[in-house]
Design a protein around this ligand. Structure first.
Ligand SMILES: C[S@@+](CC[C@H](N)C(=O)[O-])C[C@H]1O[C@@H](n2cnc3c(N)ncnc32)[C@H](O)[C@@H]1O
Length: 268
């Protein structure tokens, strides 16, 4: 159990997390905006949202602000990020809920039972091995309301190393034009753990096994499309793309065609 030092400045650390993430993902805000737009476009009402691998609740905050009636739950494995999430989302009261659990198995289904109208994720699911991610898509389909939407903003790779290299080179050139004094990943973690008075290595060593088998560059969009369709998703698509990052997802279809008549009518 981490003892939080008195007067701990949560705002400061959440701000530093946000700047650190933007250092690597220049268009992070745009991805979040696209996700909210797609949820609005496809759902007539939103009362329950689940964020998979929520970290300190960055995307949860966006959804809580965009959908003032919605309850937003976040699940993650890292106790240090969940602490930050609980503190920075206090203003939303019971509408924000954070749960410590592992997405690699099915235990989160009991801790965060459906149905959800939207299930979202950002820069987290590439940490899972392909077979774990495939199983996760199947579980998402179990708890998403029929007609509900799944959206993931994440790294997506190419099966061609030449294409992958070209994407990464372009991304690195773009990142090099940024002037930023934001932390990098390691300096954020060292400073945050020191401020909390915990041993970062000790806590993260316990989590290391959870992060084995992930594909850092991300799997290809065709892989995601194929796997989502096999789990029962329709209108599977890429909604935004920049080099080796994308926002993709689909609508869960339980085979009730009248439901989609409704959505198709709304969208024309
Ligand atoms: C780069 S952070 C992104 C956090 C947040 N979504 C954001 O955009 O700021 C990746 C997150 O995925 C979480 N994660 C990775 N593997 C996980 C697993 N097996 N179960 C639950 N969370 C996991 C990590 O703990 C971490 O919080």
């Amino acid at each position: 159990m981490i003892q939080i030092p008195s007067g701990f400045d949560w705002q400061h650390w959440f701000h530093r997390w946000e700047r650190m993430q933007e250092r690597y993902l220049v268009d992070r805000a745009e991805r979040f905006a696209v996700m909210i737009r797609m949820v609005r476009a496809t759902q007539s009402s939103i009362s329950r949202v689940l964020d998979l691998g929520c970290g300190p609740g960055s995307l949860m905050r966006q959804f809580l602000e965009a959908f003032p009636e919605a309850q937003v739950t976040g699940v993650d494995l890292d106790p240090m990020l969940l602490l930050l999430g609980r503190a920075q989302l206090t203003e939303f009261g019971m509408r924000a809920k954070l749960i410590e659990t592992d997405l690699r198995d099915s235990s989160w289904l009991q801790l965060a039972p459906g149905p959800f109208d939207a299930m979202v994720s950002s820069t987290a699911l590439h940490w899972l091995a392909p077979e774990q991610l495939s199983a996760l898509y199947g579980r998402v389909a179990q708890v998403l309301r029929p007609g509900g939407i799944f959206l993931n903003a994440d790294h997506v790779g190419s099966d061609s190393s030449l294409i992958q290299q070209a994407w990464e080179q372009h991304r690195d050139e773009m990142l090099a034009t940024q002037v930023t004094n934001a932390d990098d990943w390691n300096s954020f973690w060292d400073a945050y753990a020191q401020a909390l008075g915990v041993n970062r290595d000790e806590i993260h060593r316990r989590l290391e096994a959870a992060y084995e088998g992930g594909v850092e560059q991300g799997l290809s969009l065709p892989w995601h499309f194929h796997t989502l369709k096999a789990s029962g998703f329709r209108f599977v698509d890429c909604f935004w793309r920049g080099d080796c990052d994308a926002v993709y997802g689909g609508i869960f279809d339980d085979g009730d065609k009248t439901r989609f008549t409704h959505h198709e009518t709304r969208n024309t």
